[in-house]
Design a protein around this ligand. Structure first.
Ligand SMILES: NC(=O)C1=CN([C@@H]2O[C@H](COP(=O)(O)OP(=O)(O)OC[C@H]3O[C@@H](n4cnc5c(N)ncnc54)[C@H](O)[C@@H]3O)[C@@H](O)[C@H]2O)[C@@H](O)CC1
Ligand SMILES: Nc1ncnc2c1ncn2[C@@H]1O[C@H](COP(=O)(O)OP(=O)(O)O)[C@@H](O)[C@H]1O
Ligand SMILES: [Mg+2]
Length: 284
């Protein structure tokens, strides 16, 4: 494999777009987070909260009925649409026009949800992030890789990547398979781990921020919301993936001296997104 590009502050600062003083919520993008099922609504809460805290003007969550009060109470700033089913999503239709969509955190893999996801993927033309159960559903239906919109961002952890691509025996083989996958389908893969690599058809990047504090439930759900937020704000898929992964890691770099590894949670990431942005602003 060609050498990975090191994703350091210099790489990020040249891609970062400071906020326009004349902006308003209508210009900051509208994102839709399709997530959650009975018992996993926290994933929808975390992803929609991180989406807002990364600068998106409007965020809507589409969840099963059982998520309505949870979402509205946990996230008063987030608008909530509900499915007709109580515990899982059965249909992905919307009367809104978001600039970016995320699907997957906490979604579950009910057969009805699988069909809804696949039907949606066939017709969707809006920039997209696929995570968690959306990846697991795709892994069960590999013929559907070819319907994905070019430059869709996929964010697998190692187990999800293995479900998508099959087993590998060496790191080199894992990298080769991932590279071939992104080139064949014109996708972006955020290969989550320590460190995280971002694969695009043109280059591979290696992140430099973060630490083992991020090994905590919901950490990936927060990352999904951050990436979707940046996409909705008009960043290209590559820039959204690079900036989002960098900032997500930076929250842990910043917070670790105060929290230690053990007490750092996904909520700590949310609390430190602002500081991560400020540390970028100081470099401009
Ligand atoms: N509060 C919530 O509602 C939460 C919901 N979640 C959702 O729960 C569902 C299941 O997600 P999971 O990821 O837990 O389940 P998975 O079955 O996809 O992944 C768990 C497996 O992956 C392996 N794995 C994960 N990261 C790894 C790494 N870095 N290296 C090696 N192996 C690794 C683990 O050992 C384990 O065997 C998803 O929909 C997810 O979004 C989780 O995000 C946790 C929080
Ligand atoms: N040891 C580690 N060092 C750095 N980052 C890590 C480490 N472990 C996990 N992470 C990061 O934490 C996130 C975990 O995502 P994921 O496994 O999807 O969590 P969840 O599904 O619980 O939300 C990824 O961004 C991953 O890169
Ligand atoms: Mg995850």
């Amino acid at each position: 494999m060609k050498q990975a590009v090191v994703l350091d502050k210099a790489e990020i600062v040249k891609r970062y777009k400071p906020i326009d003083p004349q902006t308003h919520k209508g210009m900051q993008g509208h994102a839709l987070i399709i997530a959650g099922s009975y018992g996993k609504m926290g994933a929808a809460v975390l992803a929609s909260k991180s989406c807002l805290k990364t600068g998106c003007g409007l965020v809507t969550a589409l969840v099963p009925k059982c998520g309505y009060e949870i979402l509205q109470i946990a996230n008063p700033e987030v608008m909530t649409l509900t499915d007709k089913k109580e515990q899982y999503l059965s249909d992905i239709k919307m009367a809104i026009k978001p600039q970016a969509i995320a699907i997957g955190p906490g979604l579950g893999q009910h057969i009805v949800t699988q069909k809804a996801v696949l039907d949606f993927l066939k017709t969707n033309r809006i920039p997209l992030v696929l995570d968690a159960d959306a990846l697991n559903i795709l892994a069960c239906n590999k013929a559907w890789f070819s319907v994905l919109l070019p430059k869709t961002i996929l964010t697998p952890h190692p187990k999800e990547l293995e479900r998508l691509l099959g087993e590998w025996h060496t790191e080199e083989e894992k990298f080769q398979k991932t590279r071939a996958f992104v080139c064949q389908y014109d996708l972006i893969v955020v290969m989550k781990g320590a460190p995280t690599y971002i694969f695009t058809p043109d280059a591979v990047y290696v992140n430099t921020t973060g630490n083992a504090a991020l090994a905590t439930a919901g950490s990936g759900d927060v990352l999904t919301g951050m990436l979707t937020s940046l996409l909705a704000q008009g960043y290209s898929a590559t820039d959204a993936a690079l900036l989002g992964v960098y900032l997500h890691g930076l929250t842990a770099t910043i917070a670790l001296p105060k929290t230690g590894y053990q007490s750092f949670t996904a909520t700590t990431i949310l609390k430190n997104i602002g500081k991560a942005f400020l540390s970028l602003e100081n470099q401009l």
